[in-house]
Design a protein around this ligand. Structure first.
Ligand SMILES: [Fe+2]
Ligand SMILES: [Fe+2]
Length: 473
């Protein structure tokens, strides 16, 4: 169970380690200040129907109640230890897992944890103005739930830094609160986390696609030889599932609404649909293309010696490493990647160890595709002849082997001139963004939804859809 009687809720016996407890209690006011400065805009007095973790039990860990967000009990929750686990991949395979960081991997592990940790506050910063244009109380509550949990993920990573990396770790904990998404002088570490999330369509695409990058990164880290990281990531993954649900169902509800209007007006003309106040399906596809390509870059270069080293040293595994049937060292294995050669896209076989970034990206691609397939049932059901399709993985990439190439979403290579002429057929234009922006206005009557999005099939925690998910004071 989680101990809520202490200043920092935890299930790690924090009071048994006074030095660590004091260090985190010193960081706590800085976190709170960061939340006040960069958390959801103008929301500090709202009562929000939020879930809070009460145990780390996979079933029934959540408790729902009204909470003012600044009073949310952020804390440190680790999934239970799996007993005497052995390292199950890489050169240390078969050895006991580490309860503390081996000296030789200290700086690498710190870098991995800081990079993951940096994304958590970044997304809160990217989303901080969205509450002002929420399409419903239900959606506003979901936004805030995602935000407080990203704040808790920052706590999770900061705990690891404080508990295992001494003074360096404490300095990194401070720096995590100082960088700012999109700031020219002190930006967040990864590009996708410096983009704007200016409207709710972007928010839903982000939580569907980019939080799913989070799922795969956390899942790979949850295989690590460093046991505290494993237990931290396992619990974070249970929270992440809700973020992806918010994104997938959010876009699904937009598709639903648009398809209903298409059916009623008997048209697929974007001009008429926009005039009717809904987002035409080709524009949704462009947003999918954008978020998909920007997020694809987060997995890094297709061929990476760092990825090989992380794996060999036991720091980061593959997705579901434990379920894979091979030798878990990958010395003799190959993996197929795509490359550009002589103005063609070609397959190349490279050592599997060097291709682990690409492998994780492929796992993510399959997962995104499954979600897109679920979206496609909506136009199919409503008799609308349109299907969404994730773009080619080389489309609009800035990192890796496709960074210098120009591809259509279908995967045809083209010249830079042709790309310049045509890319706005595939990515949101300024006019598209302005149109989406023009739909964003607050709809806060319980049970009412903005015109461009359908209500959800059911409410949160078995509450009705018209439940008062947020109370304003
Ligand atoms: Fe997160
Ligand atoms: Fe998330």
């Amino acid at each position: 169970m989680i101990n809520y009687s202490e200043r920092i809720p935890n299930n790690v016996d924090l009071s048994g380690n006074r030095t660590l407890q004091r260090a985190l209690e010193q960081w706590q006011p800085s976190f709170r200040q960061w939340w006040d400065d960069m958390g959801p805009d103008g929301s500090s007095n709202y009562d929000v129907y939020l879930r809070t973790a009460v145990s780390v039990d996979p079933k029934g860990w959540a408790h729902f109640d009204y909470v003012k967000m600044p009073d949310y009990r952020w804390g440190i929750f680790l999934a239970p230890s799996a007993g005497d686990r052995k390292i199950h991949f890489g050169e240390h395979k078969g050895e006991p897992v580490w309860q503390d960081v081996p000296g030789e991997y200290r700086s690498t592990l710190r870098r991995i944890i800081v990079t993951q940790g940096d994304t958590e506050p970044a997304s809160v910063e990217q989303q901080r103005h969205l509450g002002l244009t929420a399409p419903s109380l239900y959606d506003l509550r979901n936004l805030f739930q995602v935000n407080v949990e990203e704040g808790r993920h920052l706590w999770a990573m900061t705990y690891l830094l404080h508990a295992h990396f001494g003074r360096d770790g404490r300095e990194e904990g401070e720096a995590l609160l100082e960088r700012r998404a999109g700031d020219a002088d002190n930006p967040r570490i990864l590009t996708a986390f410096n983009e704007k999330t200016p409207d709710w369509l972007s928010f839903f695409m982000f939580t569907f696609i980019t939080d799913r990058d989070g799922k795969f990164q956390l899942a790979a880290l949850a295989e690590s030889a460093f046991e505290p990281l494993v237990r931290t990531c396992r619990f974070m993954l249970t929270e992440e599932a809700h973020h992806m649900f918010v994104g997938e169902s959010g876009v699904a509800r937009i598709i639903q609404r648009t398809c209903e209007v298409m059916r009623d007006l008997k048209t697929d003309d974007p001009v008429k649909l926009r005039a009717a106040g809904v987002i035409d399906l080709p524009t949704l596809q462009k947003y999918l293309n954008f978020h998909y390509s920007v997020t694809g870059d987060l997995f890094g270069a297709e061929v990476s010696s760092n990825a090989a080293t992380y794996y060999t040293n036991g720091l980061k595994g593959r997705f579901e490493e434990g379920k894979l049937d091979d030798d878990h060292t990958l010395h003799d294995d190959e993996y197929t990647i795509l490359d550009v050669a002589d103005e063609r896209i070609v397959e190349r076989h490279v050592p599997a160890l060097s291709a682990l970034n690409e492998r994780l990206r492929d796992d993510w691609i399959r997962d995104v595709q499954a979600g897109v397939d679920r979206w496609n049932r909506i136009p199919a059901r409503l008799g609308v002849d349109f299907r969404f399709k994730p773009p080619h993985k080389g489309f609009h990439r800035r990192i890796g082997l496709f960074a210098g190439a120009h591809l259509s979403p279908e995967g045809e290579l083209m010249s830079e001139a042709e790309w310049t002429r045509r890319h706005l057929e595939w990515l949101p234009t300024e006019a598209d963004r302005l149109f989406v922006h023009s739909l964003m206005s607050r709809c806060l009557e319980p049970g009412k939804f903005a015109n461009w999005i359908a209500p959800p099939a059911r409410g949160i925690n078995n509450q009705p859809v018209e439940f008062e998910y947020v109370r304003f004071n």
